[in-house]
Each structure stands twice: as C-alpha cells, then as structure tokens.
Design a protein around this ligand. Structure first.
Ligand SMILES: *[C@@H]1O[C@H](CO)[C@@H](O)[C@H](O)[C@H]1NC(C)=O
Ligand SMILES: *[C@@H]1O[C@H](CO)[C@@H](O)[C@H](O)[C@H]1NC(C)=O
Ligand SMILES: *[C@@H]1O[C@H](CO)[C@@H](O)[C@H](O)[C@H]1NC(C)=O
Ligand SMILES: *[C@@H]1O[C@H](CO)[C@@H](O)[C@H](O)[C@H]1NC(C)=O
Length: 413
C-alpha cells in the first residue's frame, strides 16, 4: 500500500517542479482543449453542418438555434462504415442553469450552435491510418451537444418565460435521418456510436435506438468512454442521485428512458448505467477509470464539507499529494464502490470492458491516452476498441492491481 502511494507521489513530484505553475491555473476542460489542438494539427478541421429545416422540425439547441453536426466523408473501403460521436460537457438541471448554458455558443458552446467554429478531429476520427488504424477511412459524424441532457429530451412545449427548448433526442434522430436520406448512411455495413462523459452516458442510453435505426447494418456497436457514472450509494452524501434526479425531472426524461428500468425505479435512477446496461441488446463497450476524477470531484462529497480542500485534492491539481488521509480514504472507497458496481453487471460475452486506474476522466480526446497509457494486458485504448469491435479477441479487462490512482496525464505540460 505505501509502496503504491510513494511511487505515485514520486512520479508526480518530479512533474510538479516544472508543471506546478500551469497546473494550478489549469481547469479540466482547458486541459482537453489544449491537448486536442496540439495532438491533431495535421488533420484539417471539419466545418459545421446545420440540420436542414432544423427550426421547422424543432431539432434545436437550448436557445432555439439549429441543431448541428460535423461530417467527414468515408473513403476507400470505409465508404459504407459509420462512426457517430456524441461529445461530453456535463448537463444542466434547472431553469437558471439551463438558461446560463443556452447563452454559450462559440467553439464548444454547450447550449447553442451560434458562432460555431470548425472542429478539430479526435484521434478516433483521424484519417491518418497510423493514428486510427481501424476506423481511419470511415464516415465520421460528430453531433454538437447543445441540449444539456445527454441527447435524451424531447419536450414539445417551450416555456414562455425562459424560451428554453429541450430537444436533444430530436437532434440526435434528425441528424441520423438526414444522413440516411442524403449521405448513404441507410446502407451502412458497420456502424459505431461512441461518446465520452455526458456523451458516453448518451451512448449507453441511445445505443439500442441507434441500432434500431440501422436494421440493415451487419455490425452495430456502441462504445462509452467515461460515461459509467455510478450511484455510489454507500458513499458520503448522495450527490449523484440527487443530481441525476434533478436532470431527469427538469428535462422530463421519464418517457424516454428505457422502460425496462422505469418500470422498476424512479426515472432519475435510470440515468445510471448500472440500472440499464443489462437490458441493452446491442453490444456495448465500457471504457472508464475506476478512479474517475470527474465523478470523484463532483459526485461525492467529504463530510463535513471542505469544498476547496476537496477540489485541491481532485480536479485542481490532479495529484494525491494535495489530499489529506481522510480524503484518500474517500477516493479509495469510490474505487471499491466502482469495482463492485461493475462486478454487479451480468457477464454478457458481447460486452467490452476496459476499466483502468488512471486519475482522469475521458480518454479518447488525447492522443497519448488513445495510443499510450493506459494499457491493460499491453493493449492500448485504440487496440482495445478495434479488437473488440472487429471481434479479433474478447476485451474484458479490469485493473484491480492499483490501490491508488495512477497518473496517465502524460500530455499535461
Ligand atoms: C470549411 O470552410 C472554409 C471556409 O468556407 C473552406 O475554405 C474550407 O475548405 C472548408 N473545409 C472543409 C473541410 O470543407
Ligand atoms: C500520421 O501520424 C503519424 C504519427 O503521428 C505522423 O508521423 C504522420 O506524419 C501522419 N501522417 C500524415 C499524412 O499526416
Ligand atoms: C488549495 O490550494 C491553494 C493553492 O496551493 C492553497 O492556497 C489553498 O490554501 C488550498 N486550500 C486548502 C483548503 O487546502
Ligand atoms: C506485455 O509486454 C511485455 C513486453 O513486451 C511482455 O514482457 C509481457 O509479457 C506482456 N504482458 C502481457 C500480459 O501480454
């Protein structure tokens, strides 16, 4: 136990000497943005496409601006293969929260498609065969996330006071219908729905819907990166449950969540993958850290509360050096709860699992997490995805070796 922790600290202190200044001011999203730009400057960015007649169809962002996506045509023997990507960006759960979000446009605006900039490609979207050997020549679609509810809501009424639209599900379906009608997606041979964080949750919740829209396809599968949010009901506070319940209530999700779950429990609980994945028919891959730093930061709370200390221990420094002994215990309790939750799923042979112990959240954005660390049984994330998708081998890998989180942020400089 001491050895693991000491090793982790030694690793991090070395890094801290030259990185401390920048790490102090760096926020999580900023890290991702910087890395996306640095990692991918060789591939030209994609321009935005607005859904045709989006406003008439009501397929709109929170602020009523048209739903949109980014598209790159497949080539060579990839012309009939399709990747659809659902990005992350958390959620909004109240009038004020969603109103604030609706005013964010720009490059990664999460509530509007206004002033959208061209989008740089993720490694899994790269047309470069050495970066993306399994999917490089596929058609790629990246749907803008601007609804605040993991592409799940479709509320017809618009609140006259706020003018907020809750239509993520309609955006998701409209984009796919448009691609089927105009770009040949109806003839898809292979298809993959993939997403991270809130988009990783969206991938789980929309996986069977995606598959049902492509009945002619030979192989349809889904991959969720860092979308396995757990209830962690035995940990202090029930932040996660209260928060998900408020999302489900505000966006009126009850009728859109899997019925097999809502028959048994409250809609808010049916946003938790542990309560729905056993009923999903389409093959599903779960990539997640069992020390998911986002979940640890936001979904559990030390008791008594110590907000600043907790953020220092988690997302601010991403370094256990800043944690007290009792905070470390909470992190280890999360780890135990996460592994127990995964172990509680049925042992479906079509499921992919790549549960690692990195102290991060989101793996597919950063090239060094895609083709570097983490590895499990020598497989990188990129190899694990391809081996599982094409059934070259079963991939059900869970790291239970590390009592403490390991540092996989090789690109934070
Ligand atoms: C994106 O739009 C710009 C400006 O209209 C254009 O020059 C560029 O070729 C477009 N890029 C792609 C990949 O279509
Ligand atoms: C493809 O990626 C490799 C590895 O990052 C790089 O060395 C090579 O220059 C890239 N090729 C092209 C055509 O961009
Ligand atoms: C959090 O870190 C900052 C910067 O090092 C420090 O000034 C502050 O006192 C820390 N807060 C707590 C509660 O440890
Ligand atoms: C991983 O690779 C190393 C070095 O090539 C090798 O020694 C080791 O046996 C491999 N481990 C597994 C689980 O395949």
């Amino acid at each position: 136990m001491d050895l693991g922790f000491g090793f982790f600290i030694a690793l991090l202190s070395k890094r801290m000497t030259y990185q401390s200044e920048i790490m102090i001011t760096m926020l999580y999203l900023l890290v991702l943005t910087i890395s996306r730009v640095n990692g991918q400057d060789a591939d030209p960015p994609l321009n935005i496409t607005f859904i045709t007649d989006a406003i008439a169809k009501g397929a709109v962002c929170l602020d009523g601006s048209p739903g949109a996506y980014y598209f790159a045509q497949g080539f060579e023997d990839g012309v009939d293969n399709w990747i659809v990507y659902l990005p992350g960006g958390a959620w909004c759960n109240s009038k004020d929260d969603c109103l604030r979000r609706s005013k964010t446009g720009g490059a990664d605006g999460l509530g509007s498609s206004k002033n959208a900039a061209p989008k740089t490609l993720l490694p899994i979207e790269s047309p470069n065969k050495s970066i993306n050997p399994d999917f490089y020549n596929w058609n790629k679609v990246y749907i803008r996330y601007c609804d605040g509810a993991s592409f799940m809501a479709d509320v017809e009424a618009v609140d006259p006071e706020t003018q907020l639209y809750l239509r993520g599900r309609r955006i998701f379906i409209s984009v796919l219908e448009e691609l089927m009608a105009t770009k040949g997606m109806a003839n898809a041979a292979n298809a993959l729905l993939v997403g991270d964080s809130a988009g990783g949750l969206a991938t789980i919740l929309n996986c069977d819907r995606f598959s049902s829209l492509l009945p002619m396809a030979r192989r349809v599968k889904c991959i969720s990166d860092s979308g396995f949010f757990i209830q962690a009901k035995d940990l202090p506070e029930d932040n996660a449950r209260r928060y998900f319940a408020s999302i489900a209530a505000f966006h009126e999700l009850a009728e859109f969540l899997p019925e097999s779950c809502t028959q048994r429990m409250d809609p808010g609980l049916c946003l938790f993958p542990e309560n729905v994945v056993d009923d999903i028919q389409t093959p599903l891959f779960l990539l997640n850290s069992d020390f998911d730093i986002y979940q640890i930061t936001y979904q559990i709370n030390p008791n008594p509360p110590d907000e600043e200390g907790w953020k220092n221990c988690t997302k601010v420094f991403q370094n256990l050096h800043y944690c007290t002994a009792s905070q470390l215990h909470i992190i280890m309790d999360f780890h135990t709860a996460f592994l127990e939750t995964v172990a509680g799923l049925n042992d479906n042979p079509t499921r992919g699992l790549f549960i690692n112990s990195c102290y991060i959240h989101d793996f597919v954005y950063i090239q060094s997490n895609w083709q570097g660390t983490p590895t499990l049984q020598n497989k990188t994330v990129q190899q694990a995805f391809g081996d599982w998708y094409f059934e070259r081998s079963s991939v059900q890998l869970i790291d239970t070796q590390h009592p403490y989180p390991i540092n996989c942020n090789t690109q934070i400089v």
